[in-house]
Design a protein around this ligand. Sequence first.
Ligand code: FAD
Ligand code: FES
Ligand code: MG
Length: 299
Amino acid sequence: MNLIVEKTLLSPNVTRLVVEAPRLAQVRQPGQFVIVRLGPGSERIPLTIADADAERGTISLVIQAVGKSTMDLTELEVGGSIQDIAGPLGRPTELLESGHAVCVGGGVGTAVVYPIAQGLHAKGVRVTSVIGGRSREWVILEDELRAQGEVVTCTDDGSYGRPGFVTQALKDLLDAGGIDAVYAVGPVPMMRAVTELVRPYGVPITVSLNAIMVDGTGMCGGCRVSVGGETRYACVDGPEFDGYIVDYRQLADRLTTYRGFEQDALERRAAACRIPGLGTLAEAMSAGTTAAAATEAVR
Ligand code: FAD
Ligand code: FES
Ligand code: MG
């Protein structure tokens, strides 16, 4: 059991849980992840080790609630616990030794790029982070990244930082020259767009692939991706790869494989949260049902 000792809402659907995991906190490296199982019968899902505190014996998980398992996890409170956290898994990031690196994060990808920025900064590499969100409230980990170097924040609606997408800000940095490496993590279309932007500049680009994973140890084949025309397993050969040779189209297709099952799981979860005869708790309360009456109805 891994006790939750801190919980912070970072954006409307992204939550940080700080969880007791002393061994992981000591040995994890940038780029590595864990496979988490909330409780008996829960599915196993991969999450990046976004941060760690070896002295306190904790790791941070930054979770975007997109479906059943991530919603269940983000509803946990301090004092609750996660049954299994397996790891560290995956190959650590190949960090640049010196020079200037740009770390590009889109959405919850910012939490995946953050430990990479930490690792680069610790080596003395100059780090510029380019992070984005649809508006100010969706931008995460800005202060944490500022502690690693410069940060360029972009919002789609221009409500904070630079208006527009991360690609526009990255292009300005590449045009200015002197960039030795780019690390990019985000939704597949974003990583593909960043790769195509960087290609003419010839700067090495590393991306982290969010393939569907089950065991995380190279046994099930669920996470297979095509890189440089060869089949690779994102859990043991990655999750980071040379962005120039990733087959993004195949990755995007494979991510949709279980959409029907995922939708069913969400609908069953919503139905389970309904109070017999009263609908959802929110519906019951807005119709004037008191919390005591709702609790009684559930019994
Ligand atoms: P579902 O409704 O089941 O699925 C929603 C979508 O998530 C699916 O369409 C599919 O594209 C993807 N997905 C579903 N199951 C899996 C699975 N077992 N493995 C991978 N993707 C899946 N998310 C975060 O919020 N924070 C992180 O730090 C983070 N790190 C990741 C690191 C790695 C190495 C990988 C591969 C993925 C990471 N993810 C992270 C993505 C996260 O695992 C999925 O969002 C999560 O599994 C969705 O589960 P769900 O049941 O809530 O949603
Ligand atoms: Fe099973 Fe990678 S998750 S082989
Ligand atoms: Mg799921």
